[in-house]
Design a protein around this ligand. Structure first.
Ligand SMILES: [Zn+2]
Length: 268
């Protein structure tokens, strides 16, 4: 399985759109791995996770052809992950297609947002629910309950194909008991996990800071849910976490975790 991180920034990106924060300024000056667009990923070139406002730019940057995508899975309905208006360009009159070339999957809020954006268009969304697995082409996808907000069924996703299992876990605080218990039945070969708040914990419990992220990873290892050789990579970094890519690398290394970056590709 090939994991391609298209975006590894939080909602406002890095450098943040209107900010002069230290991390934003550093990213403006140094570029490279310090520049982060809104979170998204692509699995095996076919299964897209989230479709946010940077989708076009990410496609250009990484030389993607979105006609290769067979499915788009939404983690939740927040704007940095779900930009329904970007879907219109997938069909007539913006191109020659009568229908989108990929299947959309999302929770009730995501499906509602898509439906209300296109009441008269042939665009449909398959509703997903936490802890209910579904098959998409050769992938088995199991949404698990994130702990991001209470207004919708925010989901992290276990993606399995050809004997390998990846957990993509953006936008979640520390999981609640049902998710921890559910994960006991899995042995993950790779984990992509959010580290939004970096070195600056906030009172908000819907995101992880670096120390919480390390605790979650340690607990997954301790309960046997994570293969000891599994690669652990972070995503969804905010400039407010006050850590550059180099600083994240240093702080995460003792925990066996690597900071992700835009354009990162790895195989499991
Ligand atoms: Zn987000």
């Amino acid at each position: 399985m090939v994991v391609h991180l298209l975006g590894t920034g939080a909602a406002e990106g890095v450098p943040a759109l209107y900010s002069g924060s230290r991390v934003s300024q550093y990213a403006r000056e140094h570029g490279g791995k310090d520049v982060r667009t809104r979170s998204a990923a692509l699995i095996d070139g076919a299964l897209k996770i989230d479709l946010g406002p940077d989708t076009l730019m990410q496609s250009h940057r990484d030389h993607l052809d979105p006609r290769d995508w067979s499915g788009v899975i939404f983690t939740h309905g927040d704007d940095d992950h779900c930009s329904p208006r970007e879907l219109q360009y997938g069909l007539y009159p913006f191109n020659e297609m009568e229908y989108l070339g990929f299947t959309l999957y999302g929770n009730d809020r995501v499906c509602d947002r898509i439906r209300s954006t296109y009441p008269d268009w042939p665009i449909e969304c398959v509703q997903t629910r936490s802890f209910e697995a579904f098959q998409h082409a050769e992938f088995v996808v199991t949404p698990i309950e994130a702990n991001h907000n209470r207004k919708e069924d925010c989901q992290n996703h276990i993606i399995q194909r050809a004997g390998k299992a990846l957990l993509y876990a953006t936008d979640t605080g520390v999981w609640r008991a049902p998710t921890w218990n559910f994960l006991k039945d899995f042995r993950l070969d790779a984990l992509v996990i959010e580290c939004t708040e970096g070195l600056c914990a906030t009172g908000f419990d819907g995101h992880l800071d670096l120390f919480e992220c390390a605790e979650v990873v340690a607990r997954l290892r301790a309960q046997g849910s994570l293969n000891p050789k599994a690669r652990v990579v972070t995503t969804h970094h905010s400039h407010l976490g006050n850590a550059t890519h180099g600083e994240l690398t240093k702080a995460l290394a003792p925990h066996g975790i690597e900071p992700g970056f835009d354009g990162m590709v790895f195989e499991l």
